[in-house]
Write a protein that binds this ligand. Structure first.
Ligand code: HEM
Length: 260
């Protein structure tokens, strides 16, 4: 990776900036919150991943773990890169260069795993007739939106930070992102960022708005309790054969009753 430039946007926000980087994200976050409440009240029994494992499992066996493992890594990377200010990482001794080198390598591995997994999940949905027929309107919204967000993210990383001169998104995109949550929006922080980062952030906002109306709600019901639940105890049936009765039939089990 080359040296990373630190492009701080200084121009004041225009009307378009306010619309794109304040109104759109807040509307999407509001839809995300209210949409979840609505979905929970209206459709508790539909609150699932709507698995298609019984219809096809060969592609799913590889596609699903790759996608989910990549997604966990990408989420961890986003928390570190967007929520944690660079002054904090520097304060604990992580230099700018060390942060960016790690982010680019780990982010690339995570991104490739996620793209490959998602590609396999999309392919089986298109190629397996039974899954295609079970694809509803929410899937037709979710899969393209998810694919666009993931592809724009990985393209931005590749174009600017793997093959490009290096772009310090922590000085721009991350500042905008944090501003939304502390209710001090800073649209001017992202308005000068490269287009790929801007498109990635916008599709991510739309994805958050679509989230409650899709199978993504299963994220909040992941069966984490399984990791710590007690073992299920299975016992074998008694293997000794029952003694035959005078009529040749096995004698009834102790306590068993004759059917009326
Ligand atoms: C508003 C929310 C988001 C913002 C501001 C954002 C911002 C970013 C930034 C700055 C990068 C570049 C990282 C680098 O070059 O090291 C990136 C990469 C990426 N993003 Fe996002 N992102 C958001 C949401 C999402 C979501 C929801 C997904 C997936 C569903 C996603 C998937 C990815 C992927 C796959 C990459 C490339 C791999 C990586 O570097 O982690 N992003 N994103």
């Amino acid at each position: 990776m080359n040296a990373v430039s630190s492009p701080l946007a200084a121009a004041p926000a225009s009307g378009a900036d306010l619309l794109l980087w304040v109104a759109v994200p807040y509307v999407c976050l509001a839809v995300f919150a209210v949409g979840h409440v609505w979905r929970y009240r209206q459709d508790q029994f539909g609150w699932t991943s709507r698995t298609t494992q019984l219809l096809e499992h060969r592609w799913l066996r590889w596609g699903s773990p790759l996608f989910h493992l990549g997604a966990f890594m990408v989420i961890a990377g986003h928390v570190a890169g967007l929520a944690v200010p660079d002054s904090w990482t520097e304060a604990v001794g992580i230099s700018e260069h060390a942060y960016h080198t790690t982010a680019v390598w780990a982010g690339s591995v995570a991104g490739v795993a996620m793209v490959t997994g998602l590609g396999m999940l999309c392919a089986r949905r298109l190629l397996t007739r039974r899954i295609r027929l079970g694809t509803d309107r929410s899937d037709k919204l979710l899969f393209p939106l998810l694919s666009a967000t993931v592809l724009l993210g990985i393209t931005a990383t590749a174009a600017h930070n793997v093959f490009g001169p290096g772009y310090d998104y922590r000085a721009t995109v991350s500042v905008w992102f944090r501003g939304l949550f502390v209710l001090q929006p800073q649209p001017e922080a992202i308005s000068g960022a490269p287009l790929l980062f801007q498109l990635h952030a916008l599709t991510a906002c739309l994805l958050f708005a679509a989230w409650p109306f899709t199978r993504l709600v299963h994220v909040w019901s992941a069966p984490i309790g399984y990791l710590a639940r007690p073992y299920l105890v299975y016992r074998r049936r008694a293997t000794t054969p029952a003694a035959p009765t005078a009529g040749g039939l096995p004698s009834p089990a102790p306590g068993a009753r004759r059917a009326a």
